[in-house]
Design a protein around this ligand. Sequence first.
Ligand SMILES: [Zn+2]
Length: 430
Amino acid sequence: MVLVVGHRIASDPLSSRIAMTHASCRFCGTSLEHVFADLGMSPLSNSNVPVERANAMEPFYPLCALVCHSCFLVQLEDFESPQHIFDEQYAYFSSYSSSWLAHCRRYVEQTTDTLGLDASSQVIELASNDGYLLQYFVERGIPALGIEPSANTARVAIDRGVPTRVEFWGKQTARAVTAAGTRADLLLGNNVLAHVPDINDFVAGMKIALKEGGTITIEFPHLLKLIELNQWDTIYHEHFSYLSFSTVARIFAAHGLRLFDVEEIPTHGGSLRVFGCHADDSRERSAAAGELLEEELAAGLEELGTYLDYGARVIEDKRQILELLIALKRAGYAIAGYGAAAKGNTLLNYCGVGRDFLDFTCDANPGKQGHLLPGTHVPILAPDAIRERRPDVVLILPWNIKDEIMEELSYIREWDGRFAARSPELRLFP
Ligand SMILES: [Zn+2]
């Protein structure tokens, strides 16, 4: 029998499955019937495994992004309580990335100037982590309050002089904050809106805590980039919603808020910083905001078919990634990974890439070193391991900072080592 292999990707039976779920949209309540990207079963991406737990059972959960045919919010179903995700083991400390800190410092300078913030103003940050950003407001004498659900991270913030409440954000916390006499001139949240299970309660809380004439800024990875640049590996369990400007505008409008401006920023492979205010605020919508709405419309983000077509591209990408990695192994190359973050874990688990491909991975965060990646159990070592073991290929998992990493590891060329990274398809770099 001859097997004819053509390019019939669009008719792949796996590509536009009907969702096997009883879930409803976390924004508008419509029942969810359509699959955007099904990445199989996966462990929680930040649950690195201590070596002594290597033989223990590990929970896996479905990693399947669905799209609401009514409001086009791309989302995961609920699967675990957020208390579990953001427990004391939560391994993410923002302050470890130098490029991220530089981004935050610029943000603080810019907003202080444009909004005219001073000692009489109030800044509130939602999911303020270890005070990585608010520290720059505190430095300038601008009153700042952090809201952070993870107690160990909040402790670091308090120790560096950033007032912080250990709480999840929502209407209840917003009422407690305003009852204590605090309302925000600037209310900000970086990379948090996409991570909250109850997006309505979160945005309703912002409405309550925003002073009249106050400004909201929210940053999140842009769904348009996820689709255009095939960034499906940014899908992971802690990341509940995948947001476009249009969907966030709809969600804000439902809570008496309005988006009046937007900036496209390079973080996380292409993010938006949106600017919001009370619905009755006098500020007019900027040209940039109008143009982005048009751009999303032209890209098909308000049509179901655009979302249904995506799954086939993810499957094709998995095949291409495996083809390259298999070719490298057949040629006898030793491959090491770089990075031990969410993105990499989604890719490795979905593609089934473990120690049969990667000898180890490394990460600059000492808290991760000596552990195993969840699911694949690839050992996490300090970056020095690359110089010691001289792998032929370094697979850079956090492709959004690949230039920074290639620069840092440029010494692998001493032994003709090469880099591999997604850009957006997986390829080798000279
Ligand atoms: Zn919906």
